[in-house]
Each structure stands twice: as structure tokens, then as C-alpha cells.
Design a protein around this ligand. Structure first.
Ligand SMILES: [Zn+2]
Ligand SMILES: [Zn+2]
Length: 331
């Protein structure tokens, strides 16, 4: 019998299609990836081609040169130029496309991948995320800052060089607004943060836990929207990512790197997206919203039903996925 499950925080329903559920190992990527060289002359993100990416916004270097750097996306969705202008005319709501769209190059090595970086390398990526996040928080034209990574073609990128992106938008997107309101409602009803509640339950329950560190826990969601849909949640309640401390950053680098390595080795380098979900910038400190990182491996396709209902069909069992990931050994 299939079952329906609801995510307590997002109120999203999902069908866990137990009848046609696949075993975790059936999701192993079968796609042959082209071998990449450690350096590519044509790649705009490789060292030596910095001239093609003007307007660097941040860089962290060691004695050999830069290790991570960020700059405006050449094909930016939003442009960091001028004031935010809002117009309302009849049924039309309009804003000029002011915002920030940056690329974060995660390593000078062309064929590197996050799962194979040393933990310190991942820590530097997070340090850059935090620096840019904190800087953009001061810009009152921006209402939401989204940091995300697309890995592989199914996740929306054709560029091999390891990179992530940041987009700051002049409005709060619908999904962010909805999550915030649900969190507020839950807090009104119970006096608790719904994310803290989920985290504590998952730690107690253990069946969906992938791993835990001093400051973070990674678990496959009870109402996972697809195979291996995983959240990494900080244990300390904080509404926005910019508040992460140095200690937490080290810990997050370790857990993120390990979970991605479990995907890499256990599922043969699947395509995936991850996104850091943080409260809208204007919110300040609050007791109800809790930032987190969500990893969505691209192992199934969405179709008409998902589009039409917003409800996903997951053809795997979250508890089996978590058990599988727990057992993947990471070198
Ligand atoms: Zn490159
Ligand atoms: Zn919380």
C-alpha cells in the first residue's frame, strides 16, 4: 500500500510509492562521465583566465594563488545596478531586475569535485559563502539571498569546473514567504521552532539519520520529495545562514563533505542540487525560522502530476535510503 507523508515544516505532501519503490542501489548513476583534465585552457573558471571574469567580489588565497573566488555571473539573471523600483498598475506588479547574481569558484582544479576536496577546502567555500552573505545582508534592496549549487546536467549545469552560485533577489519569492509563514504559524500554535522540533525528533528516532556532528545533523526527510532528499540542519537555532560561527563552519564543512562523498561513492557521482535556505534578510533574529541546507539528488524526473499538484511521487523509501547512506564508507 502506498502512503502519503507530510513535511511538518513546509506542509508539502508526498506519495511514497512503496509498490514501485526501488532499492537504494538501483539509483546508482549509470551515466558515463567524460574524463576531465585538471586544467582546461578554454574554461573561464580555470587559473590564468581570471581576465574573463571581471569584478571579482571575494577571494581567499594561499601561497600558490587563489583557492576560492567569486565574481558576477556573466549571464546574470539579475543585475546589481541602481535603485529598486516598484510599480503597480492595475493587475500588474512590476519591479526592475535589480539584484546580485554571482558565481563562486570552489577550487582552482578543473576536475575537482566537492566530495573529493579536503574538509579544509570545503570550509573555505563556506567561509566565502558567509562573507558574501554578510556583505549582501547590508544591502537593503535585497530581500532574499539564495546560495545554491548545480552539479551535473540533470541539475542544470554543463560547466564541469566546480562552482556554486548566489542570487540575491529584490523580493521574497513565494516559496520563501510560504515557509516563513508556516514556521510562524507553528510557533504561534506550539511556542516551538518547527525545525528544532523536527531535528530533535529525528535525533531521537534515528531511522532517517545519515550522520550527526557536534553542531549539525544530516537526515533523509520523513516526507522526502524524491530519492535521498536530505537536509543538513544546524543544532543551534538561527534564522539566517550569516550567523554561522567559525566553529560551526568547520563542522558544517565536515558534514557536508562527508554526505556528498557518501552520494559520490554510494551512488556513483549522481547529479544533484543543494541550496541553503535562510530567512528573508529583513527578518532579523526570530525564534521560528531556522536555516538549513537541502540536498536534492537528481535521480528521478518530475512530470505532469508534480506540475499540476505540487505533490511529488517518491519511488523510494526514506528509511531505506538513510540506512544505505549510513553504510557507505567514505575514504
Ligand atoms: Zn576549469
Ligand atoms: Zn529552530
Amino acid at each position: 500500500m502506498p502512503e502519503l507523508r507530510q513535511n511538518l515544516a513546509t506542509k508539502e505532501w508526498v506519495i511514497i510509492a512503496t509498490e514501485r519503490a526501488k532499492r537504494p542501489e538501483d539509483f546508482k548513476s549509470t551515466k558515463a562521465r567524460k574524463e576531465q583534465p585538471p586544467f582546461s585552457k578554454e574554461c573561464p573558471f580555470c587559473p590564468g583566465n581570471e581576465i574573463n571574469t571581471p569584478g571579482e567580489t571575494y577571494r581567499i588565497s594561499d601561497e600558490k594563488g587563489w583557492v576560492v573566488r567569486s565574481f558576477p555571473n556573466k549571464f546574470a539573471a539579475l543585475v546589481n545596478e541602481g535603485e529598486r523600483i516598484r510599480k503597480i498598475k492595475g493587475i500588474q506588479r512590476w519591479l526592475n531586475g535589480v539584484g546580485v547574481h554571482e558565481v563562486i569558484v570552489e577550487s582552482p582544479v578543473h576536475n575537482m569535485t566537492t566530495a573529493l576536496l579536503p574538509v579544509e577546502g570545503v570550509r573555505l567555500i563556506i567561509e566565502l559563502y558567509r562573507a558574501r552573505y554578510r556583505e549582501l545582508l547590508k544591502d537593503d534592496r535585497m530581500e532574499t539571498i539564495v546560495i545554491f549549487k548545480n552539479h551535473g546536467e540533470a541539475a542544470g549545469t554543463s560547466l564541469e569546473h566546480p562552482h556554486s552560485q548566489l542570487i540575491a533577489t529584490p523580493v521574497v519569492p513565494g516559496q520563501g514567504r510560504y515557509r516563513l509563514e508556516e514556521a510562524m504559524r507553528y510557533y504561534d500554535d506550539t511556542g516551538e521552532c518547527v525545525y528544532c522540533k523536527m531535528l530533535n525528533e529525528e535525533i531521537k528516532e534515528q531511522s532517517r539519520m545519515v550522520m550527526e556532528t557536534d553542531h549539525f545533523a544530516a537526515f533523509v526527510l520523513y516526507a522526502a520529495l524524491g530519492p535521498f532528499h536530505t537536509w543538513i540542519l544546524p543544532k543551534r537555532h538561527a534564522p539566517n545562514f550569516g550567523e554561522i560561527s567559525d566553529n560551526e563552519m568547520r563542522d558544517m564543512a565536515y558534514i557536508l563533505r562527508t554526505v556528498l562523498a557518501k552520494f559520490y561513492h554510494g551512488l556513483d557521482n549522481p547529479d544533484f542540487n543543494y541550496v541553503i535556505r535562510s530567512a528573508p534578510t529583513g527578518g532579523g533574529a526570530n525564534d521560528y525560522y531556522h536555516w538549513y541546507l537541502s540536498i536534492v539528488p537528481r535521480l528521478s524526473k518530475t512530470a505532469g502530476f508534480e506540475l499540476g499538484s505540487g505533490m511529488f511521487i517518491n519511488s523510494s523509501v526514506p528509511e531505506e535510503n538513510a540506512k544505505f547512506l549510513r553504510e557507505v564508507r567514505v575514504p
